[in-house]
Design a protein around this ligand. Structure first.
Ligand code: SAM
Length: 429
């Protein structure tokens, strides 16, 4: 396990000091690392990132004077130690001894001078940590660039609920091919059937080993991500452009529902995964690598599903690094790109055709504000109000304007869901 803790320390450093993303750093762990160690690294680092605001507060209030700026590694060791003591089932002596050992193994020998401090802070956590946690507010885990816009858009109570669901390991959601018996597969997969129609398993185990994977009977897709495509209604026989399609969750949904799908994305790498996914499911789509701001189909199409690139702040359960790696400047860069994609996609929908715009973001600028601006500039388009009778959409997911807004705190008892925004738009005939 010591190798795993060393790897966790290096992983945390690469994320927080070098701005690399969690999935990429984990994917670069040595091939020969035991799966148990790999899982431990993932759990330790992801839990630390989910609780980082509170953990840093505990560290800061335990120190008489701040750590020297060049001793970031000491802070990382404390962060991982506290994560194990307060948020994981690691025995106290193991969490403390391994943290002190890690200090001793650093190349920079000045870190050894912090052994007493690390020992003292971690021992304090074993005595007072739980009661100190009770005095904290869970929203301390949100940096200001997220807390402030979320509080003004959703209210303080909702933000607390969002943070609570975001601090737990997310379950595994599967979308079943249409026509498959949900009850049967729920039993086979040891899953629950959610009101949104997805099957939900507690995470764990290799996805490839689950029944039905090799036969291509389901695909992995957060239940919230499965909702936007349903807003296009019956797509059988229709030509649908899935814009920004990779890795293909929504293309699979549309093709499985009988649409003639053209999947467009600018990332050839990600489209390779889309192709593999489609092949496993026995589905077909025309696959095009292109920039969606410029690419145009040969003839007007029935519908477009635009899953625009976004800040991904609705997916912090799975990607807790996003809170610390991104910032308002990323949102500010993405908003004009989303607007350009919306305008260009709208230009090739036939009269009477539909467009669904969606993002896995909780930032209002990337969601409702984009639709308001689009409708103001395009009088030949109207919002297609979503109603509770739309399959699998729960009433609390519909905004007063008639758009879809899922929050991570929805279906909280079942483990929550990603935060998504989607709007249905119809072009005048
Ligand atoms: C939210 S992901 C799409 C997820 C996908 N729709 C699914 O359901 O699996 C956004 C995608 O947009 C792509 N993208 C970003 N900018 C683009 C552009 N200008 N044109 C086309 N694709 C773009 C990215 O490569 C990425 O695959």
């Amino acid at each position: 396990m010591d190798k795993a803790r060393e790897a966790a320390l290096a992983t945390l450093g690469r994320i927080l000091d070098k701005n690399q993303d969690l999935d990429r750093v984990l994917a670069a762990l040595p091939d020969d690392m035991h799966p148990r160690d790999r899982a431990f690294v993932r759990q330790l680092v992801a839990t630390c990132l989910r609780q980082l605001g509170r953990i840093d507060d505990l560290i800061d209030t335990s120190l008489r004077k701040p750590l020297p700026p060049r001793m970031t590694v000491v802070r990382h060791i404390l962060r991982l130690g506290i994560t194990q003591l307060l948020f994981m089932d690691v025995p106290n002596h193991a969490a403390i001894n391994t943290s002190v050992d890690l200090l001793g193994r650093q190349k920079d020998k000045r870190t050894a001078g912090f052994k007493g401090l690390v020992n003292a802070v971690l021992r304090r956590m074993t005595r007072q940590g739980k009661s100190l946690l009770h005095k904290q507010d869970a929203t301390q885990n949100l940096p200001d660039w997220l807390f402030e816009p979320w509080e003004s858009a959703y209210g303080g109570e909702a933000v607390s609920d969002i943070v609570t669901t975001q601090s737990i390991e997310p379950p595994l959601d599967l979308s079943l091919k249409p026509g498959e018996d949900a009850e049967h597969w729920a039993k086979e997969l040891d899953a629950d059937i959610l009101p949104t129609g997805s099957l939900r398993r507690k995470s764990g185990g290799r996805i490839e080993d689950l029944p039905g994977y090799g036969d291509g009977l389901w695909w992995v897709q957060d239940t919230a991500a499965s909702l936007p495509a349903t807003l296009l209604g019956n797509v059988k026989g229709q030509h649908v452009i899935d814009m920004c399609a990779a890795p293909g969750g929504k293309s699979m949904q549309l093709a499985a529902a009988g649409a003639q799908v053209t999947a467009v994305d600018r990332s050839a790498n990600r489209l390779t995964r889309l192709k593999e996914n489609m092949t496993r499911l026995g589905l077909e789509a025309q696959i095009i690598t292109a920039d969606g701001v410029e690419w145009t189909p040969d003839a007007p199409v029935d519908a477009v599903l635009l899953d625009a690139p976004c800040s991904t702040t609705g997916t912090l359960r799975r990607h807790p690094d996003v809170a610390w790696l991104k910032g308002q400047e990323d949102v500010d860069k993405l908003v004009p790109l989303q607007a350009k994609l919306l305008a260009h996609c709208a230009s090739y929908v036939r009269p009477g055709g539909l467009m669904v715009y969606c993002v896995c973001s909780l930032q209002p600028e990337e969601g409702a504000a984009q639709i308001e601006a689009f409708l103001a500039d395009n009088p030949d388009w109207q919002r297609q109000q979503i109603t509770p009778s739309d399959a699998h959409i729960l009433p609390e997911m519909i905004t007063p304007e008639g758009d879809l807004r899922t929050l991570p705190s929805m279906l909280a008892d079942a483990g929550g869901m990603d935060g998504f925004f989607a709007a249905g738009l119809i072009k005048s005939t």
